[in-house]
Design a binder for this molecule. Structure first.
Ligand SMILES: [Fe+2]
Length: 444
């Protein structure tokens, strides 16, 4: 969401905000609908992987969260279906157990989310968007837009895990553009990390604070499949030197040999992507690798993963002004020339694409393409305050998680920013995650 333009009368501004919220809600619903209409009812209720919910659970859960926050809390209205709250509470039931619950059938789930949405549009029209922190700048609406878009990415990951032919289609992403350098030097010194001003930022993104970093080099683009193949061909998966203790234990227990969804075919590698089996494209950022694989590759390459602060400085710091921007290219919301976001393309673009989206230092494809693993644990920033509920972030701090930054081709523009923080277990591979490398500048 753009920073608010506070010119004009207050009512004009509030109406503009309402129109924007309505458009974002509509866009997120179009995405959920496309992902759930693409398959039949059997497919919607089936569990395609123990890691994921049935798609029909995601759909009704989206509606239930929207009902809880916008119909009941913000709107103060009567519940639409209070009897199903417990079924769709992500903290009550693990993903693996969700198919055995008495879930709403696909037609019921569709009816439910439409009914909730109708009430929400009414609440949006009649709610004063000020006076209470939850509604200031339409925050709760923004949170629900992002929640639905986050589930749209989760549902896209479920599509990647389902077997069968392709049901999703999208045009190819743009080609690579010439890249002046493969690595960029980020000078040492302080920068502002996090945000205290972004209106729809989630609690863990703030408050803004100063971080002083030593100089470092960071890759100008994510690590490609071709780069990663060199690691495989060099025996990287069989050489314990490159792996952390936990990484080696996991690699051994899970028999990791290559990124998930890859299989060897004679002397080449094939991959399955949304039901299409195709040769692995060497120029595309590698995706579906876990944190341990990323860290092992980096060590083999004589580098390391960036920390979360290093990633964010490379993405947001403008050496000319010394300030941190919302996005690598500036403060404007992401457009189609900036980044591969929003499921416009169902694959990452080749490394070197999106020159208009590069950071002032010349680092490319930080937003979109693939979530990037960072070598940092999920910790609160100094001065963190949980809002609007502890379960959004606080209960996950200090857990077995590593940070992911920048969003993927499956992430919507409303659900990612230069400050946005994502986290997952270091063994996860079904997410659209890859990485880029960094190294210390001192002594190099
Ligand atoms: Fe959720």
């Amino acid at each position: 969401m753009t920073s608010l333009d506070l010119t004009g009368s207050e009512s004009t501004e509030a109406n503009r905000l309402r129109s924007r919220v309505a458009a974002e809600l509509r866009r997120s619903r179009e995405r959920s609908t496309a992902l759930t209409d693409a398959v039949d009812d059997d497919d919607l209720v089936r569990q395609h992987s123990k890691l994921m919910s049935p798609l029909v659970w995601d759909l009704a859960h989206i509606g239930n969260q929207e009902e809880l926050w916008l119909v009941r809390d913000v709107g103060g209205r009567e519940p639409v279906r209070s009897d199903i709250d417990e079924l769709y509470d992500a903290f009550q039931h693990s993903r693996a157990s969700r198919p055995s619950l008495p879930l709403l059938k696909p037609a019921e789930a569709r009816g439910y989310v439409s009914q909730v949405r109708e009430k929400v549009l009414d609440v949006l029209e009649s709610t004063e968007l000020s006076g209470r922190r939850l509604v200031e700048n339409a925050f709760a609406f923004g949170m629900i837009v992002q929640h639905e878009q986050q589930h749209a990415e989760t549902m896209l990951a479920t599509h990647q895990l389902r077997t069968g032919g392709p049901v999703l289609h999208a045009p190819e992403p743009p080609p690579a553009a010439p890249l002046p350098a493969r690595e960029v030097l980020v000078p040492g010194g302080p920068f502002t990390m996090g945000t205290s001003t972004e209106p729809w930022a989630l609690d863990n993104e703030g408050p803004a604070f100063a971080v002083d970093l030593a100089p470092y080099w960071i890759d100008a683009v994510p690590v490609s499949n071709g780069d990663y193949l060199a690691f495989i061909d060099a025996g990287g998966y069989d050489d314990q030197r490159w792996w952390s203790e936990a990484g080696w234990a996991h690699r051994t227990a899970a028999s990791l040999r290559a990124p998930r969804f890859w299989e060897r075919d004679g002397d080449r590698w094939l991959r399955t992507r949304f039901g299409v089996v195709e040769p692995v494209p060497p120029d595309e950022p590698v995706v579906h690798v876990c944190f341990h694989e990323a860290a092992a590759y980096a060590r083999w390459a004589g580098k390391r993963l960036p920390t979360e602060a290093e990633w964010e400085k490379a993405a947001r710091w403008d050496p000319a002004s010394g300030r941190s921007r919302r996005f690598p290219w500036g403060d404007d919301d992401p457009g189609p020339l900036h980044a591969n976001l929003g499921q416009r393309h169902l694959r990452p673009a080749p490394v070197g694409a999106y020159p208009d989206g590069e950071s002032p230092l010349g680092v490319r494809q930080l937003m979109g393409e693939v979530w990037e693993w960072c070598d940092s644990d999920f910790l609160p920033y100094p001065g963190f305050a949980a809002f609007p509920y502890r379960e959004y972030s606080e209960v996950f701090f200090r857990g077995d998680y590593k940070m992911l930054r920048g969003g993927s081709f499956g992430t919507d523009a409303s659900a990612v920013r230069g400050t946005f923080r994502n986290w997952d277990h270091p063994i996860r591979r079904q997410i659209f995650a890859g990485f880029r490398c960094a190294r210390d500048a001192d002594g190099s």
